[in-house]
Design a protein around this ligand. Structure first.
Ligand SMILES: NC(=O)c1ccc[n+]([C@@H]2O[C@H](COP(=O)([O-])OP(=O)(O)OC[C@H]3O[C@@H](n4cnc5c(N)ncnc54)[C@H](OP(=O)(O)O)[C@@H]3O)[C@@H](O)[C@H]2O)c1
Length: 274
């Protein structure tokens, strides 16, 4: 058994149309990630706390519906269609990846929008479209890869697979916990002022960073990239970083401006570093 194979899977035949569709979209995804990083560095996307400073991305639609369209449609419906109708092989490893991805997107695309306590019931349609279109591209290539790559039988014991899955689960738990903690800040019966205000979050990873939900999701997709060992996973991780790095910086500065007593040692996204 080879200990470390550069390609622990076989994928589409090199030069075939499906090969070029896949890698063409991977290259396009890299360009999209670079553009996103530049745009988001200049101005935060106008939703949530930043809507007040930076409004105007078209007419408004209900916020819960917007998140369901932008996340559940590509992340659950399209992902399943590509996996079962477009993908070409299905072994146990392929199903493990399918379950992991759905675990994230059933929560993010359906449960999260239904349970969160948003300040505003409406959001600009541009936010919905700006999430939906990239998600379609990135989720297509990821579904295509994990349903078409034939992994070596011993890949279950490969450190990339094991470490990747552990990271994915740790990131998932951090992301869910942090979003749940933010939701509890709007508990109208809670200890803080509730309603639609913003409060300083405390406890757990909030003691170290302003956006542990973004940090958790970044850890999740790092695990995904490692476990799937794919360029599709890597380009999706880059796109998420292109959103979370500038986004967390904007949120962090916003907290500091809003709250005089904001903990000075807290970082934006990565504990002790950034
Ligand atoms: N993969 C991607 O590219 C991507 C991109 C963006 C987001 N996401 C994920 O989507 C989820 C939500 O993202 P987000 O940007 O909406 O996160 P967020 O700005 O942290 O807000 C999350 C929720 O908590 C509320 N909230 C935030 N800070 C609060 C505070 N200090 N006090 C009280 N309530 C507060 C927000 O209310 P308001 O809505 O009223 O502000 C919102 O309902 C996260 O899990 C994130 O990882 C993924």
């Amino acid at each position: 058994m080879v200990l470390f194979e550069l390609k622990p899977w076989t994928f589409y035949e090199e030069g075939s149309t499906r090969f070029w569709v896949h890698y063409g979209l991977v290259i396009f995804g890299c360009v999209l990630a670079a553009i996103t990083a530049c745009v988001q560095c200049c101005k935060p996307a106008p939703y949530g706390r930043h809507e007040m400073e930076n409004g105007g991305w078209g007419p408004k639609i209900p916020q819960r519906l917007s998140h369901i369209i932008s996340d559940a449609l590509p992340g659950v419906v399209m992902f399943l269609l590509v996996f079962f109708l477009y993908g070409s092989v299905r072994f146990y490893q392929n199903y493990v990846f399918l379950v992991l991805f759905l675990l994230h997107y059933i929560h993010r695309g359906i449960i999260h929008p239904l349970v969160m306590r948003y300040r505003s019931p409406m959001v600009y349609i541009g936010i919905c479209i700006g999430g939906f279109l990239p998600n379609c591209i990135f989720h297509f290539i990821n579904a295509d890869f994990i349903s078409s790559a034939t992994y070596a039988a011993h890949y279950y014991y490969d450190p990339r697979f094991i470490l990747g899955i552990i990271l994915y689960i740790i990131g998932f738990v951090i992301n869910r916990w942090a979003d749940w903690r933010l939701r509890s800040l709007r508990n109208t019966k809670g200890v803080v002022d509730g309603g639609t205000n913003y409060n300083i979050p405390y406890g757990g990873l909030f003691e170290l960073v302003s956006c542990p939900n973004y940090f958790g999701e970044l850890v999740e997709w790092t695990g995904w990239c490692l476990a799937t060992w794919s360029l599709a996973g890597l380009v999706w991780l880059l796109f998420c970083a292109a959103t979370f790095v500038p986004g967390s910086r904007h949120n962090h500065l916003w907290y500091k401006q809003q709250f005089e007593l904001y903990p000075p040692s807290r970082k934006a996204l990565i504990p002790f570093l950034f």
